[in-house]
Unconditional design. Structure first.
Length: 693
């Protein structure tokens, strides 16, 4: 059932000018569309403008991938989709003509019939061979073009900064296959137009000059009516909202079947409750239409349009039937049979032209979305100055100053940092402490250029941080955080990628693994540094319900495949991430090291060893540490920042802050007591040495 109302028309103060909108209910969905005039050349041209440059860019991309492959793909596609059907129809008409002539004379011409049949069989063999070759060529072209678009999308995703990601940049809605399907639909459109020309020529050879145009126009009536009566949501801007409460309830309950909720559901013993509530939601939903809104909208036409369209498809048949009755001189059974086939072919081709043009227009928008990623700027600001500045001592760390810096995350109205001012000298070791949510990690994100300050200024070596080239700033910065993830690569590359220039240097990788505390872990794994912990999604799966519990050779094989995947604990993953950071610190370009809570899954002793190893490589680097367990670190700090609610509450050395007897002093005493108790428990649990008489 479709119901709706119109909103719009006059624009009052404070409203945005634009076409009026219509809201309608399609089953369980509320759909809002723009009301556009039936024919608006200016609007249609405006929509078509992006089509041509995008289509030209796409064809150029395909040409650059392989010119000869493009040429043969186009030629074979036109042959198989346009010329072959018409030529096949022509050869069929020759066979029918030879048979009819023989029946009229009472003595069939066997030679003529066999010749016509032989020509058609030879033609079908050649066309089938060409079609087989065309499919192989298109498959290769599809793989190449899909890889090309995958590269465009990957580059955009990798270069998009955190602001762009949190702003929900549209790159997640694009498809790497859109390039191929756009090109394929463009090719189909060209072939359909060529097919119409071939079929019109064929029909004109069968009819007199006066009959051919009329026959052609009658063949056009059905596809024209189909286009007029067709209703498509995708042809207009629209919004869709599921607003039926029972449908929403049913969908929410179905989501609980995902593995994410499995543990909570089993431990909460709520399986039966969920099933009972799902059955109740389905019963309350009743027979409400839950089909896609596009399907419901398309089916909302009355039966009259369908009847009229169906009747229009018989107009060509009525035409040559009437001519057979009143003017039989130019018609015979062969001509009628051939025209009937030609009529069906013309109907199909005309409708295919409308469909292919429409689909190509939609697909071009998808391809354009991929190309537009090249122009989407979601990056931290970048200047032109090189870093480090020329003439700067190479062995110094990075000096940083913040003046009245405030920052709010995208979409948030609250300030994560509020009017922060500080000065960090080159080569200093800074420790930032404070409760959760005090702004410590946010401060690090600004130092590492993951975000730009909302207000205030950040200067590096006396220049605004945004004046330097972003690539240089990133190259001069290393970070180790709790959020670091392992890549779906070997452990060797996971560590070595910290310094891509030496990713194959096993000596440096071994040293970095030892500094990060991961050397023992690697030695325990069967494949050592070649172990891949996280397999890429989709590289290991079963088809048609093969399970590891199946007592079959296939089930056993699947079990062995899954057993090749190794896994480690959270603390071991942090050690591997730390090893990657130590590998990065082998680069002389690094001048600032930010360490943000990297040891949440490490025990205090392992954390102490990690921080000691980091301090040992601080020569020529400014180091900033953020940690909850800081009692063993702040004594070495040149400056301690104690933060609260996005602001710096206290700052100074360990001695100065302890003498102040403020927030830092309280936190330090709690941390020191906890660490002392840990050491005491460890000594008590250690086995006592036996006495040897």
């Amino acid at each position: 059932m479709v119901s709706g109302n119109t909103v719009g028309g006059n624009v009052t103060r404070g409203q945005v000018a634009g076409p009026p909108i219509r809201s309608m209910q399609l089953g369980v969905y509320r759909v809002v569309t723009e009301i556009l005039p039936l024919f608006n050349p200016r609007q249609q041209w405006k929509k078509a403008v992006p089509f041509f440059p995008t289509a030209a860019r796409l064809v150029r991309d395909v040409y650059e991938l392989s010119p000869w492959m493009l040429f043969f793909c186009v030629v074979t596609h036109i042959w198989c989709k346009s010329i072959a059907p018409s030529f096949s129809l022509y050869l069929s008409s020759r066979i029918l003509a030879a048979i009819e002539d023989g029946l009229k004379r009472g003595s069939p011409d066997s030679a003529a019939i066999f010749q016509a049949v032989g020509l058609r069989m030879i033609f079908m063999v050649l066309t089938t061979a060409v079609d087989w070759w065309r499919a192989r060529m298109q498959s290769k072209m599809k793989e190449r073009l899909t890889s090309q678009f995958a590269r465009y999308i990957l580059r955009s995703k990798l270069e998009t900064d955190l602001t762009g990601v949190q702003a929900n940049v549209s790159s997640r809605h694009v498809s790497e296959a859109s390039g191929w399907y756009t090109f394929k639909n463009l090719l189909d459109t060209v072939c359909n137009v060529a097919g119409v020309v071939a079929q019109l020529y064929l029909s004109s050879t069968m009819l007199s000059v006066g009959h051919a145009p009329i026959f052609t126009l009658l063949c056009l009536v059905r596809p024209i009516l189909g286009a007029v009566f067709s209703k498509s949501l995708s042809s207009k801007p629209h919004l869709v909202q599921a607003n039926d409460p029972h449908f929403l309830r049913m969908k929410s309950l179905r989501e609980l079947g995902r593995p994410t909720y499995r543990e909570d559901i089993l431990t909460g013993d709520i399986v039966e409750h969920i099933i009972r509530e799902f059955r109740r939601a389905v019963n309350l939903l009743g027979d409400a239409d839950i089909r896609k809104p596009s399907v419901q909208y398309q089916a909302s036409n009355g039966p009259a349009s369908y009847i009229l369209t169906k009747l229009a498809s018989d107009l060509p048949m009525l035409y040559y039937a009437a001519n057979t009755v009143y003017n039989s001189a130019g018609f015979n059974l062969t001509v009628i049979a051939s025209l009937h086939q030609c009529e069906s072919l013309l109907h199909w081709t005309f409708e295919s032209i409308v469909d292919s043009v429409w689909i190509a227009a939609q697909q071009v928008n998808l391809a354009k979305a991929v190309y537009d990623l090249e122009h989407v700027v979601h990056k931290t600001e970048s200047g032109d100055l090189p870093y480090p500045p020329l003439g700067r001592p190479h062995e110094q760390g990075m000096p940083v100053e913040m003046r009245n810096v405030s920052f709010s995350y995208p979409g948030s109205t609250s300030k994560a940092l509020n009017n922060v001012t500080l000065s960090i000298k080159a080569g200093q070791l800074i420790v930032i402490v404070g409760a959760n949510g005090s702004g410590k990690s946010t401060l690090v994100k600004l130092l590492t250029s993951l975000y730009d300050a909302t207000s205030g200024s950040i200067t590096v070596d006396g220049e605004d941080i945004r004046s330097y080239r972003l690539a240089d700033r990133r190259r001069a910065t290393a970070a180790l955080t709790q959020g670091h993830r392992l890549f779906p690569l070997s452990l060797r590359e996971n560590i070595g990628i910290g310094n891509p220039a030496h990713v194959a240097d096993m000596g440096m990788i071994h040293t970095a693994a030892k500094q990060g505390g991961a050397d023992g872990l690697v030695s325990k794994l069967g494949d050592g540094f070649e172990t891949v912990l996280q397999q890429t999604w989709g590289t290991q799966f079963s088809e048609n319900g093969v399970k590891t519990t199946d007592n079959t050779p296939l089930g056993e094989a699947f079990k062995k495949i899954l057993q090749t995947t190794a896994d480690v604990s959270g603390g071991e993953r942090q050690r591997l991430a730390a090893s990657r950071t130590f590998m990065r610190l082998t680069s002389s370009d690094v001048k600032l090291v930010c360490v943000d809570e990297p040891s949440a899954n490490l025990d205090p002793e392992a954390e102490l060893q990690l921080f000691n190893n980091l301090r040992m490589v601080r020569q020529g680097k400014t180091m900033v540490f953020v940690t909850h367990r800081f009692a063993h670190l702040t004594k070495h700090a040149d400056l301690i920042l104690c933060m609260k609610e996005g602001a710096i509450l206290e700052s100074g050395t360990h001695e100065e802050l302890m003498a102040l007897d403020g927030e830092y002093c309280k936190m330090f005493e709690i941390q020191a007591k906890a660490f002392t108790e840990f050491q005491d428990r460890k000594r008590q649990s250690s086995p006592k040495p036996s006495l040897v008489e």
